[in-house]
Ligand binder design. Structure first.
Ligand code: MN9
Length: 288
């Protein structure tokens, strides 16, 4: 379960339907070209919060069918509808997914007892391992060291996808819970997180830049920090350009330059203007 995991994109057509052929191409590109250790399905990058339950099931099925047992698969099943979360957790477990992950419940200001109950309820209903998905900037939910500790008391909770720029908390978590898996969630901070000895990383830009992410992670583990810093710098030039042009649609456009039918993003995400399509192509040419 350690290593570099792509937060998998999904290919959608103009009507917003899943483009199965395109999705399979994105998967193959990640495994065969970027050579990542695993895939994280239906997270933020998969546009999970913009699609129907039926589409989530469809994506989980296609991914498992394409991947079989070639790489590790983590299914993000978290939902504000706890019944949906349980149902999807059971669905992917039957499909043979290696672990599930659930975003902290958001929108309503749930207190910690409610958040804890959410995780424990899902896990009472499914026999699988759970990775907490913590992304305070998008959910508004921040948990402290003690609260992570309380969640980790449930033995089925094996780790956290830590998408926050809080390196103090990250270091405290690493020190306090050496047996839990910690995945770095911000690709632009991978080196800093790797120095703190995370177990791996899960990221959107790995769809196109996974091989550099691996180099950063592995060099840091070997203590070759200067070399890792140089690759993180190039990576961050790339990420800054992608963020400036529009994160997910630009990654899809870059995938298209590699012959991968990545489709478009779901509304209300907007399509790239022609100028931004050209810019995406230039970014691909310059960095990838
Ligand atoms: O899964 C991703 N988070 C989101 C993690 O997309 C919200 C990251 O990979 C970021 O996209 C990336 C760019 O900021 O670090």
């Amino acid at each position: 379960m350690k290593g570099i995991f792509t937060a998998l994109m999904c290919s959608f057509d103009e009507k917003g339907q899943v483009n199965e052929k395109g999705l399979r191409e994105i998967i193959r590109y990640n495994i065969d070209v970027q050579k990542v250790d695993g895939l994280y399905i239906n997270g933020s990058t998969g546009e999970n919060f913009l699609i129907s339950t039926e589409q989530k099931r469809q994506i989980f099925e296609i991914v498992k069918d394409e991947v079989k047992d070639q790489v590790t698969l983590i299914a993000q099943i978290g939902s504000l509808n706890i019944d949906e979360a349980v149902e999807l957790a059971q669905f992917v477990t039957e499909l043979g997914y290696d672990a599930i992950s659930a975003v902290t419940p958001f929108y309503y200001k749930f207190d910690f007892e409610e958040i804890k109950d959410y995780y424990n309820t899902i896990l009472e209903n499914v026999n699988n391992k759970m990775i907490i998905y913590s992304i305070p900037a998008l959910t508004g939910v921040s948990m402290n060291l003690d609260q992570f500790g309380e969640l980790f008391e449930n033995e089925k909770i094996i780790g956290v996808k830590f998408t926050a720029p809080d390196f103090f908390l990250l270091e405290r978590l690493r020190h306090a819970y050496p047996e839990k898996l910690i995945y770095s969630g911000f690709d632009e901070m991978l080196l800093s997180a790797s120095v703190l000895n995370v177990d791996g990383a899960i990221g959107s830009t790995f769809n196109v830049n996974g091989s550099r992410a691996r180099q950063i992670f592995e060099l840091a583990q070997k203590g070759q920090i200067a070399e890792a810093r140089e690759i993180q710098r190039v990576t961050n030039d790339l990420i800054a350009a992608i963020l400036d042009n529009g994160l997910y649609p630009t990654i899809k456009e870059i995938l298209k330059t590699k012959g991968v039918d990545a489709g478009v993003c779901r509304k209300p995400m907007k399509a790239l203007t022609e100028e931004k399509v050209q810019r995406a192509k230039q970014i691909a040419e310059k960095y990838l």
